[in-house]
Ligand binder design. Structure first.
Ligand code: AMP
Length: 399
């Protein structure tokens, strides 16, 4: 059974075609520069690649091209879209409306579009892609939406409410939503499996560290708190995002620079984080390289990230009244031995001890990196959001 997974942005449309019989990826690619000019890059599992400039005025033309490359030419992997059993879409913001995956209907698309105010960069683009997909694929092919926020809907009000007037929660839905939920759900259950334990018996701190980073407390398989908030800007220092700062610093800086709300948002989302602190780059590899060369601001950026993660591990241990395992995932979490070591050193009181040799030798694969004596197990768990979207899609259409 084949499932197409779609991850649409405002100017891009990433896709993977997954064979659910063995969960292998048959082909994947990206249509990007939608609304600008257009480009598609496509690769099959057996190494056939296709790259071309195209004309993508809207997501619909990009979807038509995606169908064309999957079904025709040297790089085709299927004969017709009828071979695809369902399409699963990643959706960033489901707010309080969606706490689980659901089948796509015209009303669901309107609801997703209606949440655009809460996720300006993403939700409208998702709605465009959903409408484009509906127009292009056979009407009999079901579509499923899987939400980044859904896993976090189990947080109690004491964790998701802000100390702002309650009326603004009621009127404008201002609260913590949390993001990367699909990833945190995938890796926490993969970790339970690797540990040979039932997830219901585990207290896990899940650290998804990439260009965007979030830390989640998972107690018994359910999210009880998470570091990202109303938007994916809150929490720890990220590639270009500042993470948590005193809100008074925001109003102060905005007035000093004479920024509008949008300009202040750009400043915090695009010019801050690793990039803003180091002045070197938003990319962790560049930061680590510069830090090794003695760049003090790059060293500071790394130390800030590690220190913030340590504090989240500490506070989430308090929130769960214990912790059995800490896991690292995402581009940085899976690959950066330096950041993992900075985080885990100095946490022996918590019962966290890692084996530096194993830590240094491991990149991008499932691996326990804590010592046999470590009270808390520490693991690297590669994430795979597309696979979980495909599994959710399969589960829903099988019902
Ligand atoms: P993601 O957003 O999950 O794709 O992660 C992107 C981040 O992972 C960037 O900051 C990269 O520098 C970082 N990253 C990817 N590969 C490595 C690596 N081999 N070593 C250190 N950092 C890496």
């Amino acid at each position: 059974m084949l499932i197409l997974v779609v991850n649409a942005g405002s100017s891009s449309l990433k896709y993977q075609l997954i064979n659910m019989d063995d969960e292998s990826v048959l082909a994947k690619g990206n249509c990007d520069r939608i609304g600008i000019d257009g480009h598609i890059s496509h690769k099959t599992a057996d190494g056939r690649a296709f790259d071309a400039d195209c004309t993508f005025p809207t997501h619909t033309e990009a979807f038509e091209k995606l169908v064309e490359v999957l079904t025709t030419g040297d790089h085709a992997v299927i004969k017709s879209m009828d071979e695809i059993s369902a399409v699963g879409h990643r959706i960033v913001q489901g707010a309080e409306i969606f706490d689980r995956p659901c089948l796509v209907t015209p009303e669901v698309i309107d609801q997703i579009d209606g949440l655009a105010e809460l996720a300006p960069v993403h939700n409208h683009a998702h709605a465009l892609a959903l409408r484009a997909c509906t127009a292009v694929i056979p009407a009999t092919t079901p579509q499923v939406v899987v939400f980044d926020t859904a896993f976090h809907q189990t947080m109690p009000p004491k964790a998701y409410m802000f100390g702002l007037p309650y009326e603004d929660y009621e009127k404008y839905h201002v609260r913590k939503y949390g993001f990367h939920g699909t990833s945190h759900r995938f890796v926490s259950s993969a970790l339970a499996e690797a540990m040979g334990k039932n997830i219901e018996d585990l207290k896990i701190v899940s650290c998804h560290l990439g260009n965007g980073s979030s830390i989640t407390a998972v107690n018994g398989g359910k999210c009880v708190d998470t570091s990202m908030g109303f938007t994916p800007l809150d929490g720890v220092l990220m590639g270009t995002r500042c993470g948590a700062v005193d809100p008074s610093a925001v109003t102060f800086v905005a007035s000093k620079h004479g920024f509008t709300p949008d300009e202040m948002s750009q400043y915090m989302n695009k010019k801050s984080g690793f990039l803003g602190v180091s002045g070197v780059s938003s990319d962790n590899r560049d930061i680590q390289e510069a830090a090794k060369q003695g760049n003090k601001r790059a060293q500071l950026a790394s130390e800030m990230l590690a220190y913030e993660i340590q504090k989240y591990i500490g506070s989430y241990t308090a929130a769960m009244n214990g912790v059995d395992a800490v896991l690292f995932t995402g581009g940085i979490g899976e690959n950066s031995a330096e950041i993992r070591e900075l985080v885990c050193s100095g946490m022996s009181w918590f019962g966290i001890e890692i084996d530096n040799e194993i830590n240094n030798a491991t990149r991008g694969k499932l691996q326990k990196i804590s010592t046999p004596d470590s009270k808390v197990e520490v693991w690297i768990v590669p994430t795979n959001e597309e696979l979980l979207i495909a599994r959710d899609t399969l589960e829903l259409i099988s019902k």
